[in-house]
Design a protein around this ligand. Sequence first.
Ligand SMILES: Nc1ncnc2c1ncn2[C@@H]1O[C@H](COP(=O)(O)OP(=O)(O)OP(=O)(O)O)[C@@H](O)[C@H]1O
Ligand SMILES: [Mg+2]
Length: 464
Amino acid sequence: MSDERILVVDDDPSLLTLLQMRLKSMGFVVTPCGTGRDALSRAQEEAFDFAILDLRLPDSDGLGLMEDLHHLHAGLPILILTAHGCIPNAVEAMQKGAHGYLTKPFDDKELLASIDKALTQQRMSQEIHRLQMLVNELYGMDKVVARSSEMQALLQQVARVAGTDATVCISGETGTGKEVIARVIHCNSSRANKSFIAVNCAAIPETLFESELFGHQKGSFTGAHQTKRGLFQTADKGTLFLDEIGEMPLSLQGKLLRAIQQREVLPIGAQVPTKVDVRILAATNSDLEVAVKEGRFREDLYYRIHVVPLWIPPLRERRQDIPSLTQFFLKQSVARLNKPIRGFTPDAMQAMVTYSWPGNVRELENVIERAVVMSPKDMITADLLPLAPGKSPGTLQPLTEAKEDFEREYLKDILRATDGNISRASQIAGRYRADFYKLLKKYGLHPSDNQGERVPPGEQVDLT
Ligand SMILES: Nc1ncnc2c1ncn2[C@@H]1O[C@H](COP(=O)(O)OP(=O)(O)OP(=O)(O)O)[C@@H](O)[C@H]1O
Ligand SMILES: [Mg+2]
């Protein structure tokens, strides 16, 4: 047996000592706990490979503790200990996700066999997961439409950097696919079977940033009721994706730089730093060089994350991708909405290819979904596409305004489609709730604006 870490929870001190001795002699690293509360706080601080729980504890019930542990570490194998005659409880525990149970008293052989069985199962499911991920070179290549020579060149760069641990900074306009590329890099790296943690730097309030990223110790500030792991620790051995890094408050950029450089984080209230092994990917839709010049972004951090810069061209500069993207999203929408739509009429496709797509791939995806919903026939016609084709240069808006127009209409569409349900709406938009609210605020919209424009008080609505 190797040095796997086992959490053992039992309120009987003599049994706890006995278990500890037995397990240690079998080669495990053991953390003994006499109460559920103690067990939970240990589990918040370190990762275990296995847990053994007494079902009856003085301060909490074993089943509740099991659920809490599974919230912290999904998939943690748990072995339940029950007193003789409590088999129904053990059965309930098995139904709620325990890997097995032992009735007291038990001998070493039974104990070892149960642990062995659970750990073998666990290793097998991790292996299956790893294989799935490998097949997901899959993710790589079949979830990314890249017909144009620009995207082909980009994917070549991605293939070159994915296997290394290099920090990559992905830039590009909104909706160009920065997160898609970040996931492709992760899924094609040696970290593929570990976590990919995405952090939207624009969505976390400044006051919570440090605790979110680096964690905090219980009692380190008012409201810190529990010790909390930061996202750096959650991403340990995996990939941390720092989205919209340009929005990170200047005051925290130094701390982030230190964490990246030293590969360690200092949770708020902790005396000693914790080592972390994370690969950093960052994304931005603003020009970080300008931000550096204007003093909004630290130059040293800029160089640290710009080890490998990747730029995704806007869709209007790679129109070759539009027909393939259109087919790709049409297939998805048709399957999701279960409508028998065969394709686009030639002039509808023409409109798609010539449009300027200020909201890039996300806008295209949204336009198709809407057309599929609205289409009464089995072909999508140009009148179903809210695109302004063939605009002359004189009538074109500046990019920022066009993007804002798109975003406003897009938000209204989503609110309408979800009846103002913010959870669904933010999910569809691929945004955190806080981030989504921020967007609504920016455009003066309200979740109840799902009937279209808000009518200023006192104004009549003409329904004819
Ligand atoms: N090349 C592509 N192939 C298939 N789907 C894509 C591609 N590029 C983007 N998408 C899809 O477009 C949508 C937007 O992509 P993504 O969220 O990665 O963009 P982003 O650049 O991170 O946007 P933002 O700047 O707004 O955060 C997603 O639904 C994504 O799946
Ligand atoms: Mg994004």
